[in-house]
Design a protein around this ligand. Sequence first.
Ligand code: ARG
Length: 460
Amino acid sequence: MALWDGRFEGGPAEAMLRFSESLGVDLQMFNEDIDGSIAHATMLAEVGLLTAAEAETLRAGLEQVREELRSGAYKPEIALEDVHMAVEARLTAIVGDVGGKLHTARSRNDQVATDVRLWLKNRLGELDQALVELLKALLDRVEQDGRTLMPGYTHLQRGQPIWLGHHLLAYAWMIRRDRQRLHDALDRVDWSPLGACAMAGTPHPIDREMTAELLGFSGPIPNAMDAVAARDHQQEVASFCAILMTHLSRMAEELVLWSGREFNLVRIGEGWTTGSSIMPQKRNPDAAELVRGKAGRVYGDLTALLTMVKGLPLAYNRDLQEDREALFDAVNTTLACVQVCAGMWSSLTVNRERFTAELRGDFLLATELADHLVGQGVPFREAHRVAGQLVKACEARGENLSALTLADLRAVDPRFGDDALSWLEPEGAVERRTSQGGTAWSQVEAQVEALRDELDERDL
Ligand code: ARG
């Protein structure tokens, strides 16, 4: 027997029940459903639609249902369709007829919209905290190993020497912006649909401000139809997750690359790697690979949420029940990936000397020769050509820039100064880049400090 069967002769087909129930995914938000019901019952009593004693009975009953669902003592059957009816049916079994009063001035349409928003508020709070932990792990790594010399790349070709810290901070700023996006999305999640009822409101004297406040929302959603039909806040959350996953996937890809033998810059802690069933020597970066792979899954969730709503007439349509599979998956997957990335960064061992010898005289110092000439008053375009000619000459001889003498330099351009060769020291090249946001250690330190200072802030 369904709670809506008054106008029906028989029940739904067995196959229909299995097809339409959403209990599996809904049960993730049974706490939120019960919180919403308790706030609603409290409000109904305040405005005189229930007696104080009835409201108390409902509250106590709802707490019992919560406990039974938590412990697993109550396992709702799929005939109950969704979490809302599962809670109400059990409540009524516990408290009797008064259970039937709870649904006064309420519909499952505003109920489900409320539950999902509450779930998002809770879960996004956890995600924000996980992002803070990831930022801390990155900043700790910068402080610990940041002065490791490495090539900075463009086109995956060696560009200019940098400190590892400079590279890691690029990720830290991306993650910081992800936090901003999360907070932005949360601002639009944080409004209460409760009391919108099916989509037209109710003739009963309800107080939507009160339920919004009891549930910790910023306020009620002004339009009842919008309250039950809108899913843009979910799309926004999934977009934030998708963008964040692009950042994690880039990070993960670099960890895969850097931990390989060819790069040999880092070693991921054993706890985040796995072995091979055939090749005994293997120690594979599976955690990073999975993060990279799961990015695709979250993009799929976003696409599902966008297409689910595309062209959908107002207000509620059953299509909208599909929202949670994608939304919860996007948020849960992203949260797990953020936690795994924080764990990997913390577990890392950096091979700090990896590039020290290799970068001496490497062609990635060619810009230094050009910049030196600029200091001598040579226009940059001209200086660039001179440095290019020197690279070409060295390459032809099978040597790198450390083979050059001052005489070689001056043979190509007499304007090279006495200290020209000292510009070919990789660390010097890094430390000269003191422009704001440059790779010099002073700039790295300033950014670490700026990022640490705001870790606890809500408004970024
Ligand atoms: N289980 C439904 C959902 O998840 C709840 C709302 C049902 N409303 C309705 N009119 N059938 O969307």
